[in-house]
Design a binder for this molecule. Structure first.
Ligand SMILES: Nc1ncnc2c1ncn2[C@@H]1O[C@H](COP(=O)(O)OP(=O)(O)OP(=O)(O)O)[C@@H](O)[C@H]1O
Ligand SMILES: [Mg+2]
Length: 340
């Protein structure tokens, strides 16, 4: 049987700058697994060598500084260390592993589901009947959709995503999902739910089964920039940014048709956000993104919905015009309070 989810990323390998290369680009999934592992091992060796050299250099420099002007014997020793040092530099020092490399995320293409994939008809919702958040919401999301959901805090953006997944039911109206629709949802609390003493690799194995080859799991998390030691370190030692990537790897492994991302950029640095944008743009599924990050929105979304004042409304314009609107409105509000 051919197992699902073993396709190579579109570009063959993650974009990185490091100082050695394998003989050839990986061409099969097996190759890719080996590639990821070998790269991680090479990186680790290079880093060890770099550290060892730097330690030696620091010791020699220290000796030279302390004894270079000492007794004749010590000064001679210092001179000979100086020569060794010069020779090392001449022969070329090991370069530091570039840790700030560009991480390339990767979602596998999922094919098509015929519309309507996700449809709201006259949906009304509130956590209680007397506190309705919005009413008569009509909207549709297909696999071509790239929607940004914006609006003030507490307006009901996260709630809207929960209605989409079916975690919440409308008070009135109907939410219809395609029978085969697989939704992948990301919110930042998911990083808090990761098991702290498991490593990313152990976590993936516990989630997706012992019978999946370990190399495939390594590749799955490698695709989200978790390589080398970070794959086997306990989660509690990982930064929030790395934990977010574990969640993305976990999500991507399920091969969802549609991603619902609720504030995904909070723990991510700018480069990682760009990687996420590239991954989304190279992917064929649907996207609903709740974000305050206008830069990401402008990169990946072609439709904007505002959630405010009891309604979900399609914004007639791009994200820049929405930003402009917010700026003007806050200036007007400011003027009003100044006058008051
Ligand atoms: N489980 C809940 N029970 C009752 N009220 C809730 C619940 N979850 C959220 N609310 C309330 O519903 C409203 C909408 O919440 P929601 O989290 O959807 O807003 P949001 O637009 O995502 O806000 P933010 O920008 O702060 O994330 C808020 O007033 C919130 O306090
Ligand atoms: Mg929210």
């Amino acid at each position: 049987m051919v197992s699902a989810g073993r396709r190579l990323p579109a570009t063959g390998c993650p974009a990185t700058h490091y100082h050695y290369s394998l003989d050839r680009e990986p061409t099969t999934a097996g190759d890719y697994d080996t590639y990821v592992r070998t790269r991680a091992e090479n990186e680790e060796n290079q880093m060890k060598k770099y550290k060892h050299e730097q330690d030696q250099i620091a010791n020699m420099k220290d000796y030279i500084a302390r004894f270079g002007h000492g007794s004749a014997k010590l000064a001679r020793q210092a001179q000979s260390k100086e020569k060794v040092l010069a020779k090392m530099v001449r022969e070329g020092l090991t370069e530091k592993v570039e840790t700030e490399r560009v991480v390339q995320f990767n979602f596998e293409n999922v094919g098509k589901l015929p519309p309507p994939v996700l449809q709201f008809t006259e949906v009304t919702f509130g956590y209680s009947k007397d506190k309705v958040l919005y009413s008569n919401v009509d909207l549709g999301v297909d696999l071509d959709s790239r929607v940004a959901v914006v609006g003030p805090n507490g307006a009901g953006k996260s709630t809207l995503l929960k209605l989409m997944t079916g975690d919440l039911d409308p008070l009135d109206g109907m939410v219809k999902r395609h029978n085969h629709l697989k939704i992948g949802q990301y919110h930042q609390h998911l990083t808090e739910l990761l098991p702290y003493d498991k490593s990313p690799l152990e976590y993936m194995v516990s989630e997706y089964g012992q019978d999946v080859p370990l190399e495939r799991m390594r590749a799955a998390i490698g695709r989200f920039g978790l390589t080398g030691k970070t794959q086997t370190m306990p989660m509690r030692k990982l930064s929030d940014g790395l934990k977010s990537r574990v969640v993305f790897a976990w999500l991507a492994y399920r091969r969802p048709h549609m991603l619902l991302l609720d504030e995904p950029t909070n723990h991510l640095d700018m480069e990682t956000i760009d990687s996420l944008a590239v991954a989304i743009n190279g992917w064929d599924g649907g996207l609903v993104l709740v974000s305050h990050d206008f830069r990401l929105i402008s990169q990946v979304c072609n439709e904007i919905w505002t959630v405010a004042d009891g309604a979900v409304t399609k914004w007639d314009g791009d994200i820049l015009s929405y930003k402009d609107y917010l700026r003007k409105r806050s200036a007007a509000l400011q003027k009003r309070t100044d006058l008051a």
